[in-house]
Design a protein around this ligand. Structure first.
Ligand SMILES: NC(=O)C1=CN([C@@H]2O[C@H](COP(=O)(O)OP(=O)(O)OC[C@H]3O[C@@H](n4cnc5c(N)ncnc54)[C@H](OP(=O)(O)O)[C@@H]3O)[C@@H](O)[C@H]2O)[C@@H](O)CC1
Ligand SMILES: [K+]
Length: 484
C-alpha cells in the first residue's frame, strides 16, 4: 500500500525530528537521496551537465546541496537563482565544490534539470520568474527531476493553478505528499521516489492500494459456497431509452463474481439483458416482485422521471447496501431523502454529478477533487467514489483511497455502468462500501488497461481505444492477475 500525508502532518513530523537532530541533518539526508537518484539517472556523473533551478526556500537548499554532491563527482553544475534570496549554506557549498551561478540559457545545455523552485512551501500559482522557468523545462531535452513536489503543483491537493513543472521523476522526502497521488498533480510528478529522512508519521491521509492489497479484499468462493452465499446483486438500471446501461451493468456484475444477478427493468432492456446475459434473472418493473438480494445497484440509465423516482425510492428503502449511480444520483440531488438509509450507501458520481449533489461548480470539483470527495462523504453520510482521471474513494474517518490503475481510454460511454455492476457484485459478496468501491475501481482500471494495450498477449506495442464491452471482456484476466 502506498501512503500519503497532508503537508501539515509532514511539517509537524519534521519539526519533531529537527528539534532532536543537529541542524541541517534532515536537509543533508534529503540532498543525499536526491543526489543519489540524479546520479543513477545520469548513469555517468563525471562530465555531465546539471542545471539547478533554485527558489528562495529550503526546496532550493535541497537542490543546491544535491548539486554540491554531483559537482564533487565531476558534474558541471550550474545554478539558476530565481528567488529574491537564496539558501546561503547551500550556495556556498555548491561554489566550494566548483559549481557556479548561471542564467536560464543553461537549460538548453543540460543533461539533467533539478527543479528546486518551490516545495511544500509553495502557495498559489507560480509567480515570475519561477513560472517562466517552469515553462522552459517543457522544452529541454534533459531529464527533469522535481525536488519534493513539481513546482507549481499544490502539495496538499494536487491542484495546478497556472504554470507547473512536468517532471520525469519526483524525489519526495519523508512521505508521499497527498498532491502527488491525485491529478493533475500526479500527472506532473512522473515516477515518484521516496527518500526516507527518518520522519515518524501518524495515520496517512491518502492511500493507494496495490495488487496484494486488492487480492486480500476479493471474496473467493469456498468449496461449500452456493450462489446465494456468494451474494445476489439486484440491478435496477436501463430504460426504454437507455437499454445499453442495463446490459453493461449486468455484465459488470456477472463478470464481477456475483453468485446471481437479479435484473429489474422495463421489457425492452430485459429482452436485451436476457439475450446477452442469460444467467441473469429478470423482473419487469415491479420492485416488490424481486426476490431477496444482498445489495442493490440503482441508477445507470434508469431515467429521472416520476416512475424512476418511485422505483429508486422503493429499492433504497431496503436494508441492504446500495450503490447509487448516474440517474440515481440525479434523482438523489433532487430528493436528498433517497440517501438517508439505514444500510450502507455508496455513490459513484463523476464531477458533473457531484456538482449537482453538492451545488458546487463542476470546475471547482475538478480542480480540488480530494477536498470535494471528502466533503461529499461528510455532508451526505455515504461512501463516495468520485470518478475521473484519478478515481477517489472517500469515507468519513478513513484515508481517501486513490485508484492507481486505469487509462485515459476509460473516458468513454458505458464504462461507468460496468463499474457499477462490478462494485455491486462485490458489495453483495460481503465487502464494505469502501472496500467494494476500491476493489472495483482497481479491477476496472486493470481490465481497461489490458484492453487498451492488448497485454499480456505479446509485447506491448501501443494502445487503442476501448469500449465498455472490452472492459467487461477483460475482467476475468484482471481477476486472474490478482488471484493467480
Ligand atoms: N522542513 C524540513 O524539515 C525539511 C524540508 N525540506 C525541503 O524544504 C521544503 C520546504 O521549504 P520551505 O518551507 O522553505 O518552502 P519552499 O517549498 O522552499 O517554498 C517557499 C518559498 O517559495 C516562495 N514561493 C511560494 N509560493 C510561491 C509562488 N507561487 N511563486 C513563487 N514563489 C513562491 C516563497 O517566497 P516568498 O513568498 O517568501 O518570496 C518561499 O520563500 C520542502 O519541500 C523540502 O524540499 C527538506 O530539506 C527536508 C527537511
Ligand atoms: K520543486
Amino acid at each position: 500500500m502506498r501512503t500519503a500525508y497532508d503537508v501539515g502532518k509532514v511539517r509537524d513530523a519534521e519539526r519533531v525530528q529537527m528539534a532532536r537532530l543537529p541542524e541541517g541533518t534532515l536537509m543533508g539526508r534529503a540532498a543525499a537521496g536526491l543526489a543519489a537518484t540524479c546520479a543513477r539517472l545520469l548513469g555517468r556523473v563525471y562530465g555531465s551537465r546539471v542545471v539547478l533551478l533554485v527558489g528562495s526556500g529550503d526546496n532550493g537548499g535541497d537542490a543546491l546541496y544535491a548539486g554540491e554532491r554531483l559537482a564533487r563527482r565531476g558534474a558541471r553544475v550550474e545554478a539558476v537563482l530565481a528567488g529574491s534570496r537564496t539558501h546561503e549554506g547551500g550556495l556556498a557549498a555548491l561554489r566550494a565544490a566548483g559549481g557556479r551561478v548561471s542564467d536560464a540559457s543553461a537549460l538548453a545545455r543540460a543533461d539533467l534539470v533539478i527543479d528546486g523552485l518551490v516545495g511544500i512551501g509553495g502557495k498559489g500559482a507560480l509567480r515570475e520568474p519561477y513560472a517562466g522557468l517552469a515553462r522552459e523545462t517543457r522544452h529541454v531535452r534533459a531529464t527533469v527531476v522535481a525536488v519534493d513536489v513539481p513546482s507549481g503543483v499544490d502539495a496538499g491537493t494536487g491542484q495546478v493553478e497556472g504554470e507547473a513543472v512536468r517532471a520525469d521523476v519526483t524525489v519526495t522526502f519523508g512521505a508521499h505528499k497527498t498532491g502527488l497521488l491525485v491529478d493533475p498533480g500526479a500527472a506532473h510528478a512522473g515516477v515518484v521516489e521516496l527518500v526516507d529522512i527518518g520522519l515518524d508519521l501518524p495515520d496517512p491521509d491518502v492511500v493507494a492500494l496495490q495488487d496484494e492489497d486488492v487480492a486480500d479484499l476479493l471474496p473467493r468462493p469456498a468449496p461449500e459456497s452456493d450462489k446465494y452465499r456468494r451474494g445476489v446483486v439486484g440491478i435496477a438500471a436501463g430504460s426504454h431509452l437507455f437499454t445499453g446501461a442495463a446490459v453493461l451493468a449486468v455484465g459488470g456484475a456477472v463478470r464481477g463474481g456475483a453468485g446471481m444477478v437479479r435484473y429489474l427493468g422495463p421489457e425492452e432492456p430485459i429482452g436485451l439483458v436476457r439475450a446477452r446475459w442469460p444467467e441473469a434473472v429478470t423482473t419487469i418493473d415491479d420492485p416488490a416482485k424481486v426476490g431477496r438480494v444482498q445489495a442493490w445497484v440503482v441508477g445507470p440509465g434508469l431515467g429521472t422521471g416520476e416512475e424512476s423516482h418511485r422505483i429508486a425510492a422503493a429499492l433504497l428503502k431496503s436494508d441492504v447496501p446500495a450503490l447509487i449511480d448516474a440517474d440515481g444520483i440525479t434523482l438523489a440531488s433532487r430528493d436528498r431523502a433517497l440517501l438517508r438509509r439505514t444500510a450502507p450507501t455508496l455513490i459513484t458520481p463523476h464531477a458533473g454529478e457531484l456538482s449537482r449533489l453538492l451545488g458546487v461548480p463542476r470546475e471547482r470539483i475538478e480542480a480540488r477533487r480530494l477536498e470535494h470527495a471528502r466533503r461529499a462523504a461528510e455532508e451526505l453520510g455515504v461512501t463516495v467514489l468520485l470518478k475521473g482521471s484519478t478515481t477517489l474513494i472517500a469515507e468519513v474517518d478513513r484515508p481517501v483511497r486513490v485508484n492507481p490503475t486505469g487509462t485515459p481510454w476509460l473516458a468513454t460511454g458505458g464504462t461507468g455502468d460496468v463499474l457499477s455492476g462490478l462494485a455491486g457484485a462485490l458489495l453483495a459478496g460481503g465487502l464494505s462500501c469502501y472496500d467494494a468501491a476500491s476493489a472495483a475501481a482497481y479491477l476496472h482500471g486493470l481490465a481497461a488497461r489490458r484492453a487498451a494495450t492488448g497485454a499480456p498477449a505479446g509485447l506491448p506495442y501501443g494502445e487503442s481505444p476501448i469500449s465498455a464491452e472490452d472492459v467487461i471482456a477483460r475482467l476475468p484476466e484482471a481477476f486472474r492477475s490478482l488471484i493467480p
